[in-house]
Design a protein around this ligand. Sequence first.
Ligand SMILES: Cc1ncc(C[n+]2csc(CCOP(=O)(O)OP(=O)(O)O)c2C)c(N)n1
Ligand code: SF4
Length: 244
Amino acid sequence: MQKVFEKPQALSDTPFAYCPGCLHSVVHRMIAEVIDELGVLDRTIGICPVGCSVFMYEYMECDMIEAAHGRAPAVATGVKRMLPDSVVFTYQGDGDLASIGTAEIVHAAARGEKISVIFINNGTYGMTGGQMAPTTLIGQKSSTCPGGRDAAAAGYPIRVCEMLATLDGPSYITRVAPVDPVGLTKTKMAIKKAFRNQVDGKGFSLVEVLSNCPTQWKMTPVESLSWIDENVVPYFQPGVFADR
Ligand SMILES: Cc1ncc(C[n+]2csc(CCOP(=O)(O)OP(=O)(O)O)c2C)c(N)n1
Ligand code: SF4
């Protein structure tokens, strides 16, 4: 019988340990598919995050390096500069990239480092108990703002794509919302473009994925996708912010 659907080669046999309905596993699979489709498994090096996907190295067949919280762009910079023919990606949550790692991502983008960044914005620190993140919406509840985020006390959510797009360094910056079939297709296309840019020798590429955390949001997986569509998308509008 002809095989019409199979696990990407870049994905290991280790079953995902993420909560049911969490988009981390979906995005991992898309990255693996892209690595397969571009034929770059033997020269891809991923930089693992701190956060729920800290064990990404268990799920990928490419080389993976673990970086300290927020420091993935700095590690990726070193790897890419030493091995310019490698394909280097970071995978970072909002607690990782937009909080403790803000300096690293801003300067890597400003330098136009030839790396691909996959930024998972789920509006919370999923791994550590659902605390407020820099991307938590105004009024959104978390374990550290049970009454909802108050701008007077905690400021406003950071729009990373718009901020980085003011810099001249980045080649490609986009935000996607994989909450329905169209959004899933666009997410895969964006990840593929971010990787292909690197294969083509272009500079810094970042894909912000509007993601979920059904466990800490205390929602079913389906409710969490609707919540993204109705509440997150209006503030963090999907689109292409730089394509040079
Ligand atoms: C230097 C340092 N500070 C704090 C922590 C604790 N810590 C682990 S994961 C995490 C937040 C991760 O949130 P995010 O990046 O949004 O990923 P998610 O778990 O939501 O996927 C924090 C603060 C740590 N590991 N290292
Ligand atoms: S805690 Fe949230 S981000 Fe972490 S695996 Fe579970 S659903 Fe995903």
